[in-house]
Design a protein around this ligand. Structure first.
Ligand code: NDP
Length: 296
């Protein structure tokens, strides 16, 4: 089996390089790759890449993920998040490949308290959310044999992340101020990559499993709850902090205005994914603890 991975250097892409390797021959590209064209800002040329490689599976982990910046560059965000995945999906369909694509809780308007289900009405609040939604729609339209995985609050051990920022600030300051009005589940790139590999194998065996799924870690928290958990874990591991979990002050989202609006309710119902693939999505605390173990 041949797998083509786009966006190999991103949080999820990096972990996919590991989790997809056992499936067969893996061709992993980023936009600086010299052998094949993989720059999403020139979407039409991605078809040439897919035609030359002729993969059995295309996994797209590349995206315009700078949520606030997308507000001022909607054309580029649309090219990366919608047009390019659409071109890849068309190429996948033409060669009979399975198309795997990631999307986001930001396709919803964040109203209510209930975890969103796959068929709930969308209503993006930002350019990022809108262009990701358009990307989903193009992938589904051009390649019926697809897995579209909506996730949220992705972190990875490699590179910067929210937990590392909180740890750094808690060593420098007596008090931290963190927003408390958004609800979701921090989800490890590692977990996403692992369940993606499982889902690919299962869908290749049973094409009826193709479709749209919500995939996040179990449970829920707020950014404030997340920060407190990180600091408590760090203290338990013997890290000296100026600000412990009790020194994290909760503030409403409006305290930190940003160009892009974020949904308040980012809870995603993962029942369909867990039932279809027979997988368990562990509590978010497990993945974050493990990441801290590697980081501290
Ligand atoms: P990252 O921002 O870590 O990675 C994005 C990838 O896209 C990088 O490899 C980046 O390359 C690549 N990229 C950027 N511009 C281009 C371009 N012009 N051509 C080709 N590649 C490009 O994203 P994540 O791993 O966090 O996200 C993976 C998926 O999950 C995305 O679809 C995202 O929308 C979705 N998602 C992410 C969430 C999050 O919290 N991060 C939440 C919900 C969904 P380089 O680094 O070299 O620029």
């Amino acid at each position: 089996m041949k797998v083509l991975l786009l966006g190999k250097t991103g949080q999820v892409g990096w972990e996919l390089q590991r989790s997809l390797a056992p499936l067969g021959e893996l061709v992993a590209l980023d936009h600086e790759s010299s052998d094949f064209h993989a720059d999403f800002s020139e979407p039409e040329r991605l078809a040439e890449t897919a035609a030359a490689i002729r993969p059995d599976v295309i996994v797209n982990a590349a995206a315009h993920t700078a949520v606030d910046k997308a507000e001022s560059e909607p054309d580029l965000a649309r090219r990366l998040n919608a047009t390019a995945p659409g071109v890849l999906a068309q190429a996948a369909h033409e060669t009979g490949a399975l198309m795997v694509h990631y999307s986001t809780d930001y396709v919803f308007d964040g109203s209510g308290q209930r975890p969103w289900r796959e068929d709930d009405a969308t209503g993006p609040l930002s350019v990022y959310g809108q262009t990701k939604l358009e990307g989903e729609q193009l992938v589904a339209r051009h390649c019926p044999r697809h897995l579209i995985l909506r996730t949220s609050w992705v972190y990875a051990a490699r590179g910067g992340n929210f937990a590392k920022t909180m740890l750094r600030l808690a060593k420098e300051r007596e008090q931290l101020t963190v927003i408390d009005g958004q609800f979701g589940a921090p989800t490890g790139a590692e977990l996403l990559a692992d369940v993606t590999a499982h889902a690919i194998v299962a869908t290749l065996r049973d094409p009826a499993k193709a479709g749209l799924y919500h995939v996040v870690a179990g449970g829920e928290t707020t950014w404030c709850g997340y920060a407190r958990f990180v600091l408590a874990q760090a203290q338990a591991k013997g890290v000296t902090l100026k600000a412990g979990p009790e020194a994290v002050k909760a503030v409403p989202t409006s305290a930190f205005p940003t160009p892009a609006r974020r949904p308040h309710n980012s809870r995603l119902d993962t029942g369909r994914f867990q039932n279809t693939f027979g997988l368990v999505l562990p509590a978010w605390e497990k993945g974050v603890s493990r990441m801290l173990e590697e980081t501290i």
